[in-house]
Design a protein around this ligand. Structure first.
Ligand code: TEU
Ligand code: CA
Length: 557
């Protein structure tokens, strides 16, 4: 039987720029990662995914690549990468790289060539269109502000950049481009990496009529997502990639698929592995969004969260494979978003991990979540590094939609830089991340929340994560068992069952800072894990604030 890699994988996401700085220049680097492999291994994960470390002018922190086969010197060298692969493999850890091929950097040689003339061999590697009546070819807005089209005076055409003008979209209609991408992927796999996390892969096939979209409220631009996601040739392209590349190696492939529907996800991540192994869907991440995109102070409603995640759990059952994540380098910290940053920080972090990681799918841990790292407060826009937040700040403040104080508050609640603050290793200067001033500020709470402290305390979040991972890997029911939500409309408690032919497990999570009564018909034979030594739940159905408890059902013969 072929071992299904998806079922065993536990992935730890590293944001290299903020993980560990080995040479004290303020930027994280590959040697820094190597120095922490034992820490990662000890947590119990078996796969690491690195956000991009390739050559890049860094308009979007490496998600704008100017050479796919060169390493950004900030991170080190190709030799360092070989060493990283080697050291990781020695420890039984697989290495997954980020593949950013919906777009490149505008400084990629292909683009420089493409923009140079209409007859360039590389013209068609990108998406060029004539203007319409002296205006952009259509009304799509770029995700990071402005139009998605940029005018080039010399050749009198517009090119498409769905994210920003510094990230021109590659033209997947062109078979030569696709071949180049596959060649590059094989080059990395031959070098020893184990797979790819594919950036916005659901956007690579554009509808060739480039239709206008519905204008966003208060904007001259339309959102492109509904028109471009899961485009006409997407499944053809991914099947081609599967045959040409992924099947030639023992790989793991994870697609980032914003705006994916359940129907589409079943194709992308089908159990027959004809396309990708799994996809990130973002429905649960968008639950606190609104008309002004993410810029608001809405909290996620627990009933909506349950309904959303359960839809994906049951909808994928027997057909396709899920990912389990609630944070990454584009999201605020999960404990700040859904838990409690104050009194119950550690307890709520344990509860959230239990809730998400015991569902069906592959768990993804974002660096620092195992320490319950939190959001920060950005007091001034100068402290912000993220292109998205900076552009949004100026747009919304200039358009008088929000005051600058309001925008700073929203950026502190939802901005991507929250996840990108330096990893907190100890209570020393800059949280032990570096001895030099880091590229982005450190969280003030590094003296309290750090790995050294967490490792030293048996009751820490870190040690709880470790136990949780061990538990998950020790029972087939967590891997193959069915998921069933119970008490759907309870506004405080998220509880669900996992069941296989041998056993039934109940997972109960109190999402509030209150004592809550939670009645359910379940005769328990064993407590598998809990975050509260004083729990009385088994006797009186009472849950303490942010309590989580995982129970095995007794079997009556
Ligand atoms: O993100 C794609 C994406 O659409 C969202 O995650 C989006 O960037 C975010 O929600 C906006 O708040 C990927 C990468 O993860 C992200 O870091 C890059 O900026 C983006 O693609 C462009 O490459
Ligand atoms: Ca460095």
């Amino acid at each position: 039987m072929i071992k299904d890699i998806r079922k065993q994988a536990i992935v730890y996401q590293i944001y290299p720029k903020s993980f560990c700085d080995s040479n004290n220049d303020g930027h994280g680097d590959i040697q820094g990662i190597i120095s922490k492999l034992d820490y990662i291994k000890d947590l119990g994960v078996n796969t690491i995914w690195l956000s991009p470390i390739f050559e890049s002018p860094n308009f979007d922190n490496g998600y704008d690549i100017s050479d796919y086969q060169k390493i950004n010197p900030e991170y080190g060298t190709l030799e360092n990468v070989d060493q990283l692969i080697n050291e990781a493999h020695k420890r039984g850890i697989k290495v997954v790289f980020d593949l950013v091929v919906n777009h490149s950097s505008h400084q990629h040689e292909w683009f420089k060539n493409s923009i140079s003339s209409k007859s360039s061999k590389y013209r068609d590697y990108y998406i060029w269109r004539d203007g319409k009546e002296g205006k952009e070819p259509n009304n799509w807005g770029a995700l990071f502000g402005g139009s998605a089209w940029t005018y080039d005076e010399k050749t009198n055409q517009y090119y498409l950049g769905l994210f920003s003008p510094q990230q021109p979209d590659l033209n997947w209609e062109n078979p030569n481009l696709r071949k180049e991408v596959y060649k590059m992927m094989k080059w990395w796999l031959n070098r020893g990496i184990d797979g790819f996390r594919m950036d916005v892969i659901s956007l690579i096939s554009k509808p060739q009529n480039f239709p206008d979209g519905k204008l966003k409220k208060g904007s001259q631009y339309a959102a492109f997502h509904p028109l471009v996601s899961n485009g006409p040739r997407i499944h053809e392209f991914l099947q081609e990639m599967r045959n040409e590349v992924l099947n030639q190696f023992d790989t793991i492939s994870i697609g980032e698929a914003s705006a994916v529907t359940l129907d589409e996800a079943r194709k992308y991540a089908s159990l027959d592995r004809s396309e990708l192994d799994m996809v990130f869907q973002f429905e649960h991440m968008d639950l606190d969004g609104g008309e002004s995109f993410k810029w608001n102070d809405r909290k996620i409603n627990v009933v909506e969260l349950k309904q959303c995640l359960s839809k994906w759990q049951t909808g994928m059952e027997g057909k396709a494979w899920n990912t389990l994540f609630f944070s990454n380098h584009d999201q605020p910290r999960v404990v700040s978003r859904l838990g409690d940053e104050g009194q119950y920080r550690e307890k709520s972090a344990k509860m959230l991990a239990t809730c998400f990681y015991l569902m069906k799918g592959t768990p993804f841990i974002f660096q620092g979540d195992e320490l319950s790292m939190t959001n920060t407060t950005f007091k001034n826009i100068d402290e912000v590094r993220d292109l998205e937040s900076i552009n949004a700040y100026h747009d919304f403040v200039e358009n008088k939609m929000f005051t600058s104080d309001q925008m700073l508050r929203y950026i502190s609640l939802k901005g991507r830089d929250n996840a990108r603050l330096p990893m907190q290793w100890n209570d020393g200067i800059y949280g032990g991340f570096s001895e030099a001033k880091p590229w982005i500020k450190c969280n003030d709470n590094a003296s309290v929340i750090n790995a050294e402290d967490q490792l030293s305390r048996a009751d820490s979040v870190y040690h709880y994560f470790k136990k949780l991972i061990e538990l998950r890997q020790s029972k087939n029911v967590f891997i193959d068992g069915k998921y069933e939500l119970i008490n759907e409309l309870d506004e405080n408690v998220y509880a669900y069952l996992r069941t296989d032919e041998n056993e039934t497990i109940l997972i109960v999570c109190n999402f509030t800072d209150q004592k809550i009564k939670f009645d359910c018909d379940f005769e328990c034979s064993e407590v598998l894990i809990r975050n509260d030594e004083n729990s009385t739940f088994i006797n009186d159905s009472m849950l303490n604030p942010y309590e989580t408890i995982v129970l095995k059902k007794s079997i009556n013969y």
